[in-house]
Design a protein. Structure first.
Length: 210
């Protein structure tokens, strides 16, 4: 049986801390099937002579919250070997968001992250209001990279009336965490946060409190 993909003649850096070594890497489905000197046929063969073959990198601090709505490759992270990105950092994001607050949250990205407003206005596809709907929209669009999300505090505070914020926001945070967020993204320090693991195959995982 042929492999789906065979990467030959590369230098392996496997992330274990061990020395690099020369080998071939075979992929079957979504898994590495074999590493070594391999001679089985493959549907696709890539000659990686003179190149490093290694696991993808996780970028824990990105601001792709808006860019995921128009760029499934998430340039330029994909071009640099990043395979998982985390969004919602610095408490900045675009979900949850009522239609009336779209311009406000767009301006927040411009002010805090220096993203060009014209790009945001033309690029963002507003396909959600709640945080779970935002995640569902991301899932429906698909992505070349694995996506992980923090529940950003600024949209949560704008979504809840100010006089109710500190009474109601924790419930919104808990709901977002249970739906899929990794943790609360903010500039504040909270005594209890929640973590969530997810994969490209679905918003599944286990909530862990610490």
């Amino acid at each position: 049986m042929a492999y789906d993909l065979l990467i030959t003649n590369g230098t392996i850096v496997d992330g274990s801390g061990g020395a690099r070594f020369d080998a071939d890497v075979a992929v079957q489905g979504a898994s590495v099937a074999a590493i070594g000197k391999l001679d089985r046929d493959a549907a696709t063969v890539i000659d990686a002579a003179g190149k490093i073959v290694c696991p993808g990198f996780v970028d824990p601090h990105t601001h792709y919250d808006a860019q995921i709505t128009w760029d499934p490759l998430l340039s330029s992270s994909a071009e640099h070997g990043v395979t998982t990105v985390v969004m919602g950092n610095c408490g900045v994001g675009i979900a949850p968001c009522r239609p009336a607050a779209r311009d406000w949250l767009t301006d927040d990205l411009v002010t805090v992250e220096g993203i060009d407003k014209e790009v945001l206005v033309e690029g963002i596809k507003w396909e959600w209001e709640t945080f779970p709907e935002y995640l569902n929209a991301a899932d429906a669009r698909g992505s070349a990279l694995n996506l992980a999300f923090l529940a950003p505090i600024t949209p949560l505070r704008t979504y809840v009336p100010l006089q109710l914020s500190w009474d109601v926001v924790p419930a919104f945070i808990a709901n977002s965490l249970l739906i899929c967020a990794l943790s609360l993204g903010s500039q504040l320090v909270f005594p209890t946060l929640a973590g969530y693991m997810l994969s490209r195959r679905g918003w599944r995982g286990r909530v862990r409190w610490w």
